[in-house]
Design a protein around this ligand. Structure first.
Ligand code: FAD
Length: 496
């Protein structure tokens, strides 16, 4: 069986490796001049930056990918567990170093935020654990199918706590009386580009998996992950072509029969797997001659994007936290941030996330630090929202973010040797994700997870993989989507 994969993001490469390991003949076509999609990298003056992800969660999913396609993960990547998952700074001046081991969290909370907060969080996590056990097998690790949903609903019915009508904020309120714990929970909604007031209560599994499976870092930078998967593909005989933009999927007699490149070249295949954003597959002017899932997609909300500062800093403090979140002063101010994204404007006082790995491979010398600073941002939408290419906007917003950091106790403005600003428009140009949306569609709304495009398209022989398809965005879910899609393709081909 021959397969063409459109896009060499983590999802596309992971499905290619799995299909090749299953004995199939696989070609990956990537429009950019290098593989990796959102797992980008940039080098400036000896500083090496990851431009995309900075946090690895659920390593068992990655371990399965490597083990099932060749040498195990530990032989190809140096995955490091973080003893402190992240440092959180709140508007009232408290600082919380959240331990990387779940068992240590209650004590740390009691000490940092006050007696009783550890118990509140533990009760919430126990709830989240029940949601995880009820949903992961029949939803996160399965294709969306009527049979799977029926099994899921049977289990969920037993679990009044899942409360699909409730929001993540709503379920948090049942356990977390401390406002700072509420903000901590709200933050996890942003892992899927969502608003905690609209995201479903089932997103409680996000903090659960982070705290149960730990927070991890790839030594040498997270870009190493996608390089390792690309190497695995090549070792398995996959043809990986860069600079190869696919213009359309050829559909003959209702079945996907291959692709046509922008250059005019045609490639026939038994199966086409799209790792390109689902909106560019099914949306107007997309890869398909007709739009079988357009109505479903139209009911979803695109996820938010990110505004990134890459900072090459002079000087080094070995105590700099690996991950740090600087919250807005109050929860009302945090809500104003979510309101701003909904209204399509940059927030004036957003939460600021800083990734500062203590990794010699990323810095020019031992007296320097490489920082990645991220704030959630509305998508690039010159037609009616923010035009991130408007002259001066990116530089002004970067200054604003640096000033906010200073107000919140982290002033690095006089240490900056190199500063690179990356906007949602840059992300859109590089990966063709509409508006620079990070996670495809957001999880806002009770039905969002079920409206996300399925891994098997209504067009026979066409499959979807990656963050904009089921089960969603972020490295573990994208890797799971490759697992599901490869399984579906292999089931189909074994029946041919
Ligand atoms: C700033 C930022 C921070 C993030 N932080 C985290 C984090 O800490 N932890 C985490 O787990 N996740 C994080 N993510 C999300 C994570 O990076 C993504 O979910 C994941 O990398 C998406 O992989 P993908 O394969 O679905 O898509 P992509 O990486 O977007 O890959 C799709 C590929 O398809 C190619 N393509 C598109 N159209 C075509 C076409 N027509 N022809 C040929 N090729 C095409 C694109 O060029 C791209 O290479 C972050 C993302 C960003 C941008």
């Amino acid at each position: 069986m021959s397969a063409v994969v459109v896009g060499a993001g983590l999802g596309g490469l992971a499905v290619a490796a799995r299909l090749a390991a299953g004995g199939h003949d696989v070609t990956v076509l990537e429009q950019a001049d290098r593989v990796g999609g959102k797992l980008g990298t940039l080098e400036v003056g000896g500083y090496r930056f990851d431009t995309g992800p900075s946090l690895v969660t659920m390593p068992p999913v990655l371990e399965r990918l490597f083990a099932e396609t060749g040498a195990p993960l530990r032989e190809v990547l140096d995955l490091q567990h973080l003893d402190v998952a992240a440092q959180y700074r709140f508007g009232d001046g408290t600082t919380l170093d959240l331990p990387g081991a779940r068992s240590d969290i209650p004590d740390a909370l009691d000490k940092a935020l006050g007696p009783g907060t550890g118990g509140q969080w533990s009760a919430f996590l126990a709830h989240a654990e029940r949601v995880w056990h009820a949903t992961h097998e029949h939803f996160l690790e399965s294709p969306v199918s009527p049979a799977g949903l029926a099994r899921l609903s049977l289990r969920v019915r037993d679990l009044r706590a899942v409360a699909p009508w409730r929001s993540l904020r709503g379920v948090g309120a049942r356990y977390l009386r401390d406002e700072r714990l509420g903000m901590l929970l709200d933050r996890y909604a942003t892992y899927s580009g969502s608003d905690p007031r609209r995201a479903p209560a089932a997103l409680a599994v996000v903090p659960y998996v982070e705290q149960e499976f730990g927070s991890w870092y790839v030594r040498g930078g997270l870009r190493g992950l996608v390089t390792a998967v690309a190497d695995r593909c090549r070792a398995l005989g996959v043809t990986v072509r860069t600079g190869a933009r696919v213009a359309s999927v050829d559909v003959r007699d209702g079945r996907a029969a291959g692709v046509r490149l922008a250059s005019g070249e045609r490639l026939g295949a038994d199966v086409v797997v799209a790792n390109a954003d689902a909106a560019t597959v099914y949306g107007p002017g997309g890869l398909l001659p007709h739009r079988p899932s357009a109505r479903r997609l139209a009911r979803t909300t695109p996820s938010s994007s990110g505004f990134v500062l890459l900072l090459g800093l002079a000087g080094r403090d070995p105590a700099t936290p690996h991950h740090r979140v600087l919250f807005p002063p109050t929860r009302a101010a945090y809500d104003a941030e979510f309101d701003a994204y909904r209204a399509g404007r940059p927030a004036s006082s957003p939460a600021v996330y800083v990734h500062a790995p203590d990794d010699p491979a990323l810095r020019p010398d031992d007296d320097s630090e490489t920082w990645f600073v991220l704030v959630t941002a509305p998508r690039h939408d010159p037609g009616g929202g923010v035009d991130w290419d408007a002259p001066g906007l990116a530089a002004r917003y970067a200054d604003r973010v640096l000033a906010l950091m200073a107000q919140r106790g982290v002033d690095v403005r006089d240490r900056i040797r190199h500063r690179v600003v990356r906007t949602p428009a840059d992300l859109e140009r590089e990966t063709l994700s509409p508006g620079g949306s990070i996670y495809g569609t957001s999880s806002d709304g009770a039905l969002a997870a079920f409206l996300r495009p399925a891994n098997r398209s209504p067009v026979e022989g066409l499959y979807l993989v990656g963050g904009s398809a089921h089960p969603g965005g972020g490295l573990p879910l994208v890797t799971l989507s490759a697992e599901i899609t490869a399984r579906l393709v292999c089931e189909r081909t074994s029946g041919l």
